[in-house]
Design a protein around this ligand. Structure first.
Ligand SMILES: *[C@@H]1O[C@H](CO)[C@@H](O)[C@H](O)[C@H]1NC(C)=O
Ligand SMILES: *[C@@H]1O[C@H](CO)[C@@H](O)[C@H](O)[C@H]1NC(C)=O
Ligand SMILES: *[C@@H]1O[C@H](CO)[C@@H](O)[C@H](O)[C@H]1NC(C)=O
Ligand SMILES: *[C@@H]1O[C@H](CO)[C@@H](O)[C@H](O)[C@H]1NC(C)=O
Ligand SMILES: *[C@@H]1O[C@H](CO)[C@@H](O)[C@H](O)[C@H]1NC(C)=O
Ligand SMILES: *[C@@H]1O[C@H](CO)[C@@H](O)[C@H](O)[C@H]1NC(C)=O
Length: 256
């Protein structure tokens, strides 16, 4: 088969740029950057290794929060902290507790165990309360956790939600950007499990009603669904990446 002169030009341009990229300087740089020993911190991998977090891992995966955390760890400059309840902790919940939660409430429950900042054990002892978690209510306010320690006790921190209090004793992983601690109780947010009488679901907001009544094309603009679907963004990003990848590779195929 023969190449047209246009194809030959393209090919020689490609070879020339490949040669340019391989100057001694860039080779030196790439070997210098090569030794990045451990990959990014892998939350489910860390939990998996310890063997007693199967329920929490399942929830992290079912709610897509595991993906979300992985994405955030890649881009976050603040790091993250996860409080991981043991299987025992889930077993000790009142029967039906998890199943009584709607899907979105399960997402909030998992996110309540995740903070968007790296806290070493020593930092937890002096952090100012309440500490924001990634769980948020319908008003957008973050659910908080309080950390307490007795003066002079360097090895103990308690965490309280207002509904449950438990001790944080065991750091499973403590290397920036990720800190993971074991908790022996599931942290139940007061916003979902407090015995306030006002927890019955609020009436739909006027804008939701309006958008469900109108059969114009604006269904997707319903504010509650876009606010609450943080957990889905991992999937969306992945989809976008896939599309970009396909577009790129078909461009390459077209050129050569
Ligand atoms: C994280 O660890 C889990 C369990 O060991 C594994 O299935 C998964 O592929 C790992 N993810 C990454 C990004 O390494
Ligand atoms: C995070 O970054 C690593 C390499 O830096 C990459 O392998 C991994 O796919 C990324 N994960 C996500 C969810 O973007
Ligand atoms: C958490 O700490 C804040 C600030 O000290 C306090 O106002 C709040 O009542 C505490 N909440 C719980 C559940 O202890
Ligand atoms: C921490 O919580 C435990 C119960 O889980 C309690 O016995 C202990 O007194 C608490 N410690 C502090 C400093 O509040
Ligand atoms: C929750 O119930 C307990 C005991 O039944 C009560 O002492 C407490 O005041 C209640 N809290 C709220 C916020 O209603
Ligand atoms: C809504 O849909 C109905 C039938 O599906 C149609 O007759 C009506 O014109 C639509 N109204 C608007 C505002 O699009």
């Amino acid at each position: 088969m023969a190449f047209s002169s246009q194809q030959l030009t393209l090919i020689s341009i490609a070879i020339a740029s490949a040669l340019l990229l391989l100057t001694p300087q860039t080779i030196a740089q790439s070997t210098a950057a090569a030794p990045s020993p451990s990959g990014p911190a892998n939350l489910t991998g860390i939990l998996d290794k310890n063997g007693q977090y199967t329920t929490f891992i399942r929830l992290l995966e079912e709610t897509q929060v595991a993906n979300q955390i992985e994405n955030q760890l890649n881009s976050s400059t603040e790091g993250m902290t996860v409080l991981a309840p043991t299987d025992n902790a889930f077993d000790n919940l009142k029967a039906g507790t998890l199943n009584s939660l709607a899907t979105q409430q399960q997402v909030e429950l998992v996110l309540y165990h995740v903070m968007s900042k790296y806290y070493s054990f020593a930092m937890l002892q002096t952090v100012s309360n309440p500490v924001r978690t990634q769980a948020t209510g319908q008003d957008g306010g973050a659910f908080g956790l309080n950390f307490t320690s007795l003066a002079g006790q360097t090895n103990q921190v308690n965490v309280t939600t207002g509904v449950v209090e438990t001790e944080i004793s065991n750091a499973l992983y403590q290397t920036f950007p990720l800190a993971v601690y074991q908790v022996d109780k599931v942290l139940l947010p007061e916003e979902l499990f407090g015995n306030k009488t006002s927890t019955s679901s609020p009436p739909p907001s006027p804008s939701t009603v309006a958008s469900s009544l109108s059969n114009s094309s604006s269904k997707a603009a319903s504010p509650t669904s876009s606010d609450n679907n943080n957990a889905a963004s991992g999937g969306r990003n992945f989809g976008l990446g896939l599309v970009v990848g396909i577009v790129l590779s078909s461009c390459m195929g077209f050129l050569f």
